[in-house]
Design a protein around this ligand. Structure first.
Ligand SMILES: Cn1cnc(CNC(=O)c2cc(-c3ccc(F)cc3)cc(O)c2O)c1
Ligand SMILES: [Mg+2]
Length: 214
């Protein structure tokens, strides 16, 4: 049977990118998705915004919701300070299996822990399972109808502290209207919209950066 899109992405990475070189993995995926086959990675344009938010914050503890093929996982992990850790949750086992190989090809497996399962099942267990108090940075890129309930769940589980930065992908396309309304109207958040484009296209999309005020 035909290979899957994530399998095709992994084979491009192995063919075009240098083992242990995260930037070459990022470039190989972006080239393929722009010239051969679109895929729902955060992409190069929004990826540069992600890079700037992460490098300004220099987070020690990072949570990513929605791994897909690991593209944003390696974008973040490649610029984390030594000793920093990224936990990434992926519901789909096929995506997770590909992502593990992409992360390993980039040589970043020591900074990343990929966990398979539903975010609502894992979020309440992160503290005791990973020995983590709170997160410094959270990247939301999973199912769009889970952004708001999972954000409320992270608040309830005490995983956010004064100053924790949430960065949400796709706030325009496909869109997360309930999440946007919440973080923009809640007194517990200070939000900012980075206008950009849907990965590899000219359609509008953007990232919403929301600082938790406690
Ligand atoms: C199945 N699945 C596993 N994870 C997820 C969560 N991600 C998305 O849904 C997602 C979707 C799109 C997108 C798709 C079609 C379209 F026409 C326009 C945009 C872009 C993204 O950046 C995304 O993150 C979905
Ligand atoms: Mg996305």
């Amino acid at each position: 049977t035909r290979s899957s899109r994530p399998q095709r992405l992994l084979s491009v990475v192995k063919k075009r990118a240098a083992h242990g070189d995260p930037q070459s993995v990022i470039s190989a995926i972006d080239y393929f998705c722009r010239h051969n086959e679109w895929a729902m990675n955060v992409g190069d344009e929004k990826g540069c915004i992600l890079d700037s938010v992460v490098s300004e914050l220099n987070p020690e503890r990072v949570l990513e919701l929605g791994t897909y093929c690991g593209y944003s996982t390696i974008r973040i992990a490649r610029i984390l300070p030594p000793g920093a850790r990224l936990i990434t949750l992926e519901f789909n086992p096929d995506y997770a299996a590909i992502a593990r190989q992409v992360i390993a090809w980039a040589g970043l497996e020591d900074k990343v822990q990929l966990v398979e399962g539903a975010s609502e099942d894992w979020i309440p267990r992160i503290k005791e399972h990973f020995g983590i108090e709170t997160f410094d940075f959270v990247f939301l890129d999973h199912w769009k109808d889970r952004y708001l309930p999972d954000t409320k769940l992270m608040e309830e589980c005490g995983l956010l502290r004064k100053g924790t930065v949430l960065l949400a992908d796709n706030v325009i396309c496909p869109g997360v209207p309930d999440y946007l309304q919440y973080v923009r109207s809640s007194p517990s958040y200070e939000s900012y919209y980075f206008k950009s484009h849907l990965e590899y296209t000219q359609a509008e999309d953007g990232l919403e950066k929301s600082v938790f005020l406690g």
